[in-house]
Design a protein around this ligand. Structure first.
Ligand code: P1T
Length: 386
């Protein structure tokens, strides 16, 4: 472990933070402590730090510390999925509380707020958070949480995290940011004033399309204790093997993200010129409405590209059926490229009026650009659009 006060770079933290050789064997990789429980010396007198794996497990502790370091936060907590992490934040609220929810979020997030927590008396107000006046005007006396997703899924709007946090200051409302699309490599919401960072680790952090998981990162000790209590009581914890897979994945996050960003830029720039494409949305393009904010708060612009095709839904269907390298599937952020139709797939649970308002139309196609050779990806898209 480093003892110097020099602040380490992202790649070094990704590989070392929260991890040390196993004290009993010297194993360089944190072992998979595949155990549900830990033997005690006498009732209540535990041998190390652990008593039961729902509460804590050494493999999980290692990845929680690693993710906290990558986000520049004090505490990390891992969950069985991204929506379980989101649900844990909502469980800090009480009936009668109001939440301001960014209007374009993952369909499952929208469903969780409107179909599960609404029944428990938590009221949700949808707000276009790219409009700071509208966001300011949406606050109520009982507003206790703002939920930001940026870049948003699937229209890739960029929300000014620092500006929204400034609005929330002094109101008693916490700000949570779903940082799944950006990853800690590109954007660190805690440093911009957010209270909570949420991740679906299923995506870029996991990076290999082989494990479902979620995480929260916070600085505040009291909030951490509250979330730990909720995690222990509700039990939405990840399996030990999934924790190990994540530990393996974070070591290459910086390298993968660099390639995702470079490939996505090339794909976006290519598609702008394509006669079958009406419009390309990518935060790195000058034409993106919030490009200046993206430049200010992100280190690069990510691996997601959203396109509007010319023509009707049949045009989109044909393209989606013709791709070979791009997998037609929900999810994103893996090394392999994926493509999907949000209106039919990931955002089908969003009411049609809201989809129409957000521009999640039948001609919208979302690309998760992987880290294959980009010329092959472009050739695949070209033949699918021919
Ligand atoms: O699938 P899960 O690990 O529970 O994560 C939910 C989630 C949370 N936040 C964002 C921004 C997400 O994109 C997701 C999941 N999204 C997809 C499955 C998708 O294809 O968009």
């Amino acid at each position: 472990m480093s003892t110097s006060s020099h602040s380490q770079g992202f790649g070094t933290k990704a590989i070392h933070a929260g991890q040390r050789p196993d004290p009993s064997t010297g194993a360089i990789m944190t072992p998979i402590y595949q155990t549900s429980t830990f033997v005690q010396q006498s009732p209540g007198k535990i041998i190390g730090e652990y008593d039961y794996s729902r509460a804590a497990n050494p493999t999980r502790t290692a990845i929680e510390a690693n993710l906290a370091a990558l986000e520049g936060g004090k505490h990390g907590l891992c969950y069985s999925s991204g929506v379980a992490a989101t649900g844990a934040v909502l469980h800090t609220l009480s009936a009668g509380d109001n939440v301001l929810l960014c209007d374009d979020v993952y369909g499952g997030t929208n469903r969780l707020f409107h179909r599960i927590f609404a029944q428990l008396g938590i009221e949700t107000t949808l707000v276009d958070m790219t409009d700071l006046d509208a966001t300011r005007a949406a606050f109520r006396d009982n507003t206790k949480l703002l939920w930001i997703e940026t870049p948003t899924n699937p229209t890739l709007k960029i929300i000014d995290i620092a500006a929204v946090c400034e609005l929330a200051k002094g109101t008693g409302a916490r700000v949570a940011v779903d940082n799944t699309f950006a990853t800690p490599f590109l954007q660190n919401p805690l440093s911009l004033g957010a209270d909570i960072v949420c991740h679906s680790t299923t995506k870029y952090i996991g990076g290999h399309s082989d494990a479902i998981g979620g995480a929260l990162i916070v600085n505040d000790d009291e909030l951490h204790q509250q979330l730990k209590f909720i995690q222990l009581s509700e039990g939405a914890v990840p399996g030990i093997f999934e924790c190990f897979l994540l530990l393996r994945s974070t070591k290459t996050l910086h390298v993968r993200m660099e390639r995702h960003c470079a490939n996505a830029r090339r794909v976006a720039e290519h598609l702008i010129e394509h006669p079958a494409v009406e419009r390309v949305v990518y935060p790195g393009l000058e034409s993106h409405p919030q490009h200046a904010i993206a430049k200010k708060q992100m280190r690069d612009f990510g691996g997601m590209v959203t396109i509007y095709l010319k023509g009707d839904i049949e045009r989109a269907r044909t393209m989606l059926e013709r791709v070979h390298l791009f997998g037609l599937a929900e999810s994103l952020g893996g090394v392999e490229s994926l493509i999907e139709h949000p209106a039919i797939m990931t955002h089908a649970s969003v009411p049609p009026e809201q989809r129409a308002k957000l521009g999640i139309s039948d001609s919208l196609v979302r690309l998760s650009v992987g880290i294959e050779n980009v010329d092959d990806l472009i050739a695949d898209l070209d033949q699918a659009l021919a």
